[in-house]
Every structure is written in C-alpha cells, then in structure tokens.
Design a protein around this ligand. Sequence first.
Ligand code: CTP
Length: 405
Amino acid sequence: MLSGKNILLGITGGIAAYKICELVRIYKRANANVKVVCTPNALNFVTKLTLQSLSQNDVATEQFEIDNFKPEHISYADEADIFVIAPATANTISKIANGIADNLLTSIVAAFKKPIIIAPAMNCNMWSNPFVQENLQKLINNGFLTVPPESGFLACGTTGEGRLASLDKIFDKTVEILNCKNKILTGKKVIITAGGTIEDIDPVRYISNYSSGKMGISIADCAYSQGAETILITTKDVVKPYKVIKVKSALEMQQAIFDEFDDTDYIFMAAAVADFRVKNFNEQKIKKTESNEMTIELIKNPDILKSLCDKKANSNSSVKIVGFCAETENLIDYAKAKIKNKGCDYIVANDVSRKDIGFSSDENEVYLIDKNLDVEKFEKQSKALIAEKIIGEVYAKSRNLCNIK
Ligand code: CTP
C-alpha cells in the first residue's frame, strides 16, 4: 500500500515509544521506506539497535552527525514524503508550536514542507494542561495533522485520556494522506476572488478595469485540484466543477465573502477591486448635454481585503489571507507597504506595466512577500504554474511560521 513512499518516523521521549517498534514493522510490511529520528530522551525507552534492525536504516538522533554535503535536518526533510511523530510528548508539541529547534527532530520539523502527522501521548493531566492544548491547537491551525490520543489505562497507573492512538489509526492516517498524493488542501476551505469589479454608472455604462481574472481563476483551479473545498467569487462568467459565485460590484463581492467567511482556511484576494463607485447611480440612461464636459461623482468603496483582515483580528479565525498587488512602478516597496497597511498574511506582487505578463497574459512573474517582509520571486511562467507555486509556498510557510497568526 505504501510502495515507494518515504516515511520519516519521529520518536520522542515517552513510554509509548516502545510501541513504535511495531509501527516501523507495519510500515515496512506495507513496503514503505522508513527512516527513524529520535529525540535524545526517546532512547531512554527504545534502543537505536532495535529501530535500526526493524527499519533497516540508520537511526538519527544527533544534530551534527553530518556525513553528506547537506546539513542532516535538510536532507531528512527533503527525502521524506511525510513526517509522522509518534509518540509526540507535551514537550515536543510545545517546542514545535513555538518554533524551537533544539534537537534534530525539531530542526527537521522546522524545515519540513510536506505533511506532518502528530500522534500525542502523555499522562492525562499533562494532556488536559491548557498550555499543551493551546500549543497543539496552534499546530492544527497551521496545517499539522493529528491522530488524537485515546482514553484508557495509562503507563503511569492512572486511567484517562492520553494513551497513544492505536497503531492501526496512525497507519490509516498515513495511508490516507499519502494516497491523496499529498493533496495539501484536503479538508480545507479556500475562497478566491477574481476579475475586476464593475461599478455601474447608469443602466448601460460602467466603470471597471482590465483585469482578466486569469490569475485568480488559476489559483481556484489549483486549490480545487489540491483537494480544497473551493469557492470562487468572481465578476467573470465561468463554469467550474467547484462553487462559483458571480458578483458584479465591490459591495456585492464583499457581501459574498463575508457570507462564506466562517471556517475558511485561506482567502486569496486576487480580484481587482475598484477603489471607487459612482455616488449616485442613474436609474435612466444619462443623456448627453450641450456641455463639453461632464462630471461623475465617485465615492470610496470599502477596502475588502482590509475589512477581512480586521474581521480575522477580531475573531478566533486562523484564516490565512493573501492579498495581491498590481503596480506599474516601485513594485516591492508598494507591496511591502500594503501588507503592513492592510494586515494580510501574504501579498503577491506583480508588475502590470510589462506587456508580457500584464492583465490578459497567460503568463505571470510574481513576488510573494510574507509578514516578515521576506520576498520570494517566482520567475516568469504560466499562470497555472505560478498558482501552484503560490499555493504550495503559502501552505508551507503558514505551517512553519506557527507564531504568525
Ligand atoms: N482590494 C480590496 N478592496 C479594495 C481595493 C483593493 O480588497 N477596495 C484588495 C485587492 O483585491 C488586492 C489588494 O487589495 O488584493 C491590493 O489592491 P490594489 O488595487 O493593488 O491596492 P489598493 O489598496 O487599491 O491601493 P492603490 O490603488 O493605492 O495601489
């Protein structure tokens, strides 16, 4: 069932570590390639020799045993398709949730960009400790997968919740995730906006912009193919195998997003929202007059992106909000200013003055900027490939930067 899959198995220092010897055998029987990494404390409960013999691979514990050109935590992170940490102690869960990387296992987690399954096991009072729960919740909010512990007789002699989940459950979860071919957005709800908004002047005229909606629609297609419950809110006419909500104006777009906001994991605001709408919509077609001039009064539209970031800040939502920034000059500086002013988690910036990657083009070249103002460039390529890169990187960064909510 797991033929050709590379499983990295992390063992931390709890008594349930002894059960993981059997889990190694279960993975091996399913034809997986298994590598084990232990925290130093795990070796108080199981021996390296046992795990080496069962996994038929070296077992790593020390951070600086470098025997190839890559630092060990990076090469382990690169090779594996999935990282399963079982048992995960309160200590390791809390370290990961706070970005601490003080041993090989926690360093690998910090560098790992593919799915991570956490199977906690500990004494029932430790399990109910609010700090442990808060830290575990942080991990879940940032894309970690869990196999929760069960109730029963615990090694410390008490009965309660905290016993490592059955090995079958951990195995099934591993198969489920790997057989989804690493569909990173399975179980996630994603909203994408696309296209320029249309602000009516009268029944026959409107104000809009050149946005084709292609970038946003490519992101929606990619989110869908990555297993997300996908909701595309757009001004364009498109038929898709996922939910499409057709809107016209900025106000309609804002209402549609707010209606769908609850339980959303990611929002990509790729729409080109008009900053202004006509103050007094004319019910009848405006007739020309003798004058050579005419004035249309405009009124500011809400900044939808900012209102979403404010809504997130005032709720328990852990939604990751990605803004977009189309500029004709000073691209990076303007983008950095926007991420700060609007409060979004990421911003994707592109130069719309360039004809080869402009509004209706099928290609794009973008910069992804995070809250730390780190900039990553995605070279010119199709919008479909850019969409994959944006989703992959936002997913990976959101999961690793646990302390950025
Ligand atoms: N945006 C929005 N609501 C608006 C204007 C923009 O939600 N009224 C969003 C866009 O969808 C995009 C981001 O804000 O994700 C940046 O849009 P952009 O037009 O580049 O920035 P503005 O805030 O409009 O700033 P400016 O026009 O001064 O460049």
